[in-house]
Design a protein around this ligand. Structure first.
Ligand code: SF4
Length: 191
């Protein structure tokens, strides 16, 4: 008997919960594998869990998550329709940037999640998620662009935007995020 998509995602979450492939599990309270609809057409990928996420074991539940919820509401996409996760599944101490080796050893979980969900559209939040698909590119140059790629044999549309935490810190970046979400909303309607 084959496993349902929810069961497959639960299995990945279990593996993440047991993972010791880098040191981040040592300082984290909970793993944050990702959460949402296993049949999502749209997946959002951020950088790493923050303090609230680490406490609750859920992605984007702090202030960045509140802003993400607001942005989703502007395009009438309910959070229950999407899947949300991060490049790293445990919180880096003091929210420092992910290290190259942490990204290398952790992203097989993300890859497995995407292969199970098979989304049509991926919205990368911030530079680390953008660089996973487009190494060496700059988020300020390609934010808001609609890029169609074949990734791991999956046809994907990727739209990189700033991380919501950047929007909380900087008014110009918030404006860019709002503009980019309007473009995302239009793209979803037309496709
Ligand atoms: S951050 Fe990723 S690689 Fe590191 S321990 Fe957690 S799940 Fe494993």
């Amino acid at each position: 008997m084959s496993l349902t998509k929810d069961q497959q995602l639960e299995y990945i979450s279990h593996l993440v919960g047991e993972c010791k492939k880098c040191d981040l599990y040592k300082t984290a309270t909970n793993s944050v594998p990702g959460h949402g609809n296993s049949n999502a057409k749209i997946v959002f990928i951020g950088e790493a869990p923050g303090a609230q996420e680490d406490q609750q074991g859920l992605p984007f539940v702090g202030n960045s998550g509140k802003l993400l919820d607001k942005l989703l509401s502007t395009i009438s996409v309910p959070r229950t329709d999407v899947f949300i996760c991060n490049i790293l599944k445990h919180r880096p101490p003091e929210n420092r940037d992910p290290l190259p080796n942490e990204i290398k050893v952790c992203t097989p979980y993300l890859k497995a999640q995407l292969k199970i969900i098979k989304p049509k559209i991926i919205i990368t939040l911030g530079k680390f998620a953008m660089n996973y698909f487009f190494p060496g590119e700059s988020i300020s140059k390609i934010r808001g662009q609609v890029r169609k790629i074949i990734w791991q044999e999956l046809p994907l549309t990727i739209i990189p935007v700033y991380h919501p935490s950047a929007g909380l810190r900087n008014g110009a970046m918030l404006k860019s995020l709002q503009e980019d979400f309007l473009s995302i909303g239009k793209f979803i309607k037309d496709n």
